[in-house]
Design a protein around this ligand. Structure first.
Ligand code: PLP
Length: 421
């Protein structure tokens, strides 16, 4: 097999031309800063598409999540004392297998993330582990949930646990824009939710993010905070801490142009997922799973999980990894190396937050209860499972670029077959 002449990306921006039209419009009208028609229109379009009532366009998904966490933190605990964060010392339940941007905003507000283990059915927060977490920490009032790789989490179960314990939910729908659960868009279940227009997401503004809510006051508050918290006065008057988190009208032009293509991108990503599924039917692997009765993912990234019986030995340190090649078996490291050799880009599954050096001392809750504060002997005795670590060990993200042709994907499928020989 020949190396791909043009790199096959994991997920790269796919532009269509309309984006430039709206960017040019911003230039021609000289509305190139953080106000203008594009910003207003993008907010309107996302509200219309998702069915949420109010949206606030921001500089990135991480900024949106920071303000969402701060907003809900204030609802729960009031305004912080000087030099304290909104979540000062308080625990927040959070998805464990995710990008660190889901978790960092909790730390920005001086809270402590308690990581909830993952389930095998959708690779999202396990509602059983979440219930365990409330047994151990009954005072927790906030849950931050991700829909990984565009696959909706078990919303009925998660919402029921939150309601039972009087906790509020924030959805990180950065990866799942356009995905639905029982016909309702992800990013519309929680009290304040976010999506991202980062360069590799399902649609992009080159950067950008958005806050979604059904509460007008909350949307207005986020807008105010994101533009330096100016009060309504003739001079710069400030009663609250401000941020420079608003989306630029130039970026909004790109997003505005992309909105017309969201459904097309989802259809392309779905076709990629299905071609992989078919192409791998003879291999000892499974694809990243979803609930086909209740949910429709946006199929942002196609991933695979190697059966335990087909795993060769693989050891991962903090920064590098080794494996022992074995006939009939493979591992993510070997597959990722093979893809790179042919100029295609794969990626390990998100390394769980409870395994990250920066968050290693935070609590981690599995279906057995507290996975950390116990001795190894105890963990063995209860037969503790760590689903996130297992998926990280056996899983990987496949090249999922919209612009990959069917022929190119067939070559990727062949390369991966080669690893199992
Ligand atoms: C991309 C991403 C974010 C952050 O979005 P940015 O726009 O890059 O700041 C947050 N959470 C998850 C799960 C993401 O994948």
């Amino acid at each position: 097999m020949k190396r791909f002449e043009n790199k096959i990306w994991l997920s790269s921006p796919t532009m269509h031309g309309d984006e430039l039209k709206w960017v040019t419009d911003a230039f021609e009208k000289n509305w190139i800063t953080t106000a203008g028609e594009n910003v207003n229109e993008v907010e309107r379009l996302v509200a219309e598409y998702t069915g949420c009532k109010y949206t606030t366009a921001l500089s990135c998904g991480t900024a949106a999540l920071h303000l969402a966490v701060k907003l809900v933190g204030e609802k729960l605990y009031g305004q912080p004392k000087p030099n304290q964060g909104t979540l000062q010392g308080r625990k927040v339940f959070c998805s464990d297998m995710t990008f660190d941007a889901t978790v960092n905003p909790i730390a920005y507000e001086n809270g402590e993330a308690v990581f909830i283990d993952t389930e095998y059915d959708t690779w999202n927060m396990d509602p059983v582990a979440l219930e365990k977490a409330f047994e151990i920490y009954p005072d927790v009032k906030l849950v931050v949930l991700v829909h990984l790789y565009g696959t909706p989490a078990k919303m009925d179960e998660i919402m029921a646990v939150c309601q039972k314990h009087g906790a509020l939910l924030i959805e990180d729908a950065a990866e799942s824009f356009g995905a639905t659960y029982k016909g309702k868009q992800t990013g519309t279940f929680g009290i304040g939710n976010i999506i991202s227009f980062n360069g590799n997401k399902i649609i992009t503004g080159s950067s950008g993010g958005m806050f979604l809510t059904d509460n007008k006051e909350d949307a207005d508050k986020i807008r105010k905070w994101s533009t330096q918290s100016r009060e309504d006065a003739p001079w710069y008057q400030h009663e609250e801490i401000g941020y420079n988190y608003r989306m630029s009208n130039v970026i909004a032009g790109v997003v505005r142009g992309q909105m017309n293509y969201l459904d097309e991108h989802i259809a392309q990503k779905k076709a990629i997922y299905e071609r992989y599924k078919e192409g791998f039917a003879d291999l000892p692997i499974s694809m990243n799973p979803f609930d086909s009765v209740n949910s429709v993912p946006n199929f942002w990234l196609s991933c695979m999980l190697i059966d335990e019986s087909a795993m060769c030995r693989q050891v991962r340190g903090e920064q590098d990894s080794l494996y022992i090649s074995e006939s009939g078996k493979t591992c993510p490291t070997e597959i990722l190396e093979a893809l790179a050799k042919y100029n295609a880009e794969g990626r390990p599954v998100w390394k769980p937050m409870h395994m990250q050096p920066i968050y290693r001392s935070n609590p981690f809750i599995t279906v057995n209860g507290n996975g950390r504060a116990r001795s190894n002997a105890y963990i063995k005795e209860i037969g503790m499972v760590d689903v996130g670590a297992d998926i990280f060990r056996r899983g990987l993200c496949l090249p999922s670029d919209n612009k990959m042709t069917a022929d190119e994907q067939d070559v990727v499928i062949d390369i991966i077959h080669g690893c199992f020989r």
